[in-house]
Design a protein around this ligand. Structure first.
Ligand SMILES: Cc1ncc(COP(=O)(O)O)c(C=O)c1O
Length: 399
């Protein structure tokens, strides 16, 4: 068998599996992902010599080029160097970690916070240490991959409930003993769908059911709630959500992530989360950029206002073209085309007309929900809107 594989040009089965994978072959042929941009400035990217409007990044507040954010990143590099080159458990926290954690905890109305080098790691660490083998995890079936990755590292029993569906959650609970320890995993704003979690209804069905709530608010932080304090603050239920996790790679225009909760839960996470114990700390420049963006969010309310003004304008535009936006209520806006055959030409037409988006096809989305995923930013200008409107009108005409 092995000699057969070598003859065919593969030294092993796994290498052959990669080469024969149907979707890999298609991607090698059409390369719809991993485009290389030779330049980026604000909402514009340069692709093969052409300028495109970026409509799939999550720079919600448009702060990636804010002078205060850039200055803070540069100063942090000068002061602290490029990296801690190790995990905080082994070679210590830095003052910029603890400062950012204190500021985030206060902003979110939680006692404590822990930051790490990626939102993905933070969201995993908000689950993995907390659920044991005798516990039950109840997860919204459309939760982000990072929450599922954390769930996959537990030995807990797992039940999926219908997406953003309190009745489905109530049904799942009805089969369980109230005293069983349960962890409920959900998103504040669902990244692909743009739906806001039905938090009041979900909390109501979980009352007296011994539930610990973990909410990934990567797309609600800096977007929803008073001053951008997120989805829990939007509904006035911050005290009822045990852990709020999220990412700096959206509204805070950096990279990295956080988990905020009680002092005891965060201390527990720091000594039980594999993602924290065995992974290098958030680097200085990224922490400084996130902190500067948080300062801007707190002192320059115009960015949040512009984001919502642009969101309303963008939604109206798509609805006027009779496009299906899956009931999105937020700046994360999917355009559902329903099949892979429809998504590809739609996406291609957008690029041809100067707009960059990303395709998301099943199994990344439920069957029949194949879509282009877009996100509007406070930084999109009237000129950007003109290009976006022409591109969507042309793409919508094709099918
Ligand atoms: C809902 C959600 N959670 C977590 C993450 C992971 O964040 P990061 O990109 O900072 O690793 C993302 C990023 O795509 C996300 O959309």
């Amino acid at each position: 068998m092995l000699s057969f594989l070598r003859k065919a040009g593969f030294s092993n089965s796994i290498a052959r599996r990669c080469a024969e994978d149907e979707s890999t072959r298609l991607r090698l042929k059409y390369s719809p992902y991993y485009h290389t941009f030779s330049g980026q400035k604000g909402t514009r990217v340069t692709h093969e010599g052409r300028e495109l409007v970026m409509l799939s990044s999550n720079d919600y507040l448009g702060l990636t080029c804010h002078p205060k954010v850039i200055a803070a990143g540069k100063a942090a590099l000068e002061t602290w160097g490029s990296s801690t080159t190790g995990a905080r458990l082994s070679n210590g926290s830095r003052a910029y970690h603890t400062k950012l954690e204190e500021r985030l905890a206060a902003f979110l109305g939680k006692e404590a916070c822990h930051v790490s080098a990626a939102g993905y790691l933070s969201c995993m660490s908000a689950i993995q240490p907390f659920a044991g083998k005798d516990d039950l995890i109840l997860a919204d079936k459309n939760c982000h991959s990072s929450l599922w990755a954390g769930i996959g590292l537990t030995q807990s029993r797992v039940e999926r409930f219908g997406h953003n569906n309190p009745s489905s959650l109530a049904e799942a609970l009805s089969f369980e003993k109230p005293e069983t320890a349960k962890l409920v995993a959900l998103e504040g704003v669902y990244s692909m769908e743009g739906h806001t979690a039905a938090l009041p209804e979900i909390l109501a069905v979980c009352k007296n059911q011994n539930c610990f709530f973990v909410m990934d608010d990567a797309h609600g932080f800096g977007v929803l709630g008073p001053g951008g304090r997120g989805t829990a603050a939007h509904f006035g239920v911050t005290d009822e959500i045990d852990l709020i996790c999220g990412s700096f790679s959206k509204a805070l225009s950096s990279t990295g992530g956080f988990v905020a909760g009680s002092r005891a839960a965060i201390e527990y996470l720091r000594t039980h989360s594999k993602q924290t114990i065995f992974s290098a700390a958030l680097p200085p420049a990224q922490a400084a950029c996130a902190l500067a963006a948080l300062d801007v969010l707190e002192t320059e309310p115009q960015h949040l206002e512009n984001l919502w003004r642009n969101t309303r304008r963008y939604r109206e535009l798509l609805l006027s073209l009779k496009l299906d936006i899956w009931g999105s209520e937020t700046p994360a806006v999917p355009v559902v085309l329903g099949s892979r055959e429809r998504v590809y030409p739609f996406w291609q037409k957008l690029i041809e007309k100067g707009v960059f988006t990303v395709m998301s096809i099943a199994p990344a989305v439920p069957p029949g929900k194949d879509l282009v995923r877009t996100a509007i930013s406070a930084a999109h200008t009237d000129a950007d809107f003109e290009i976006i409107a022409n591109a969507f009108a042309a793409a919508a005409k094709r099918w």
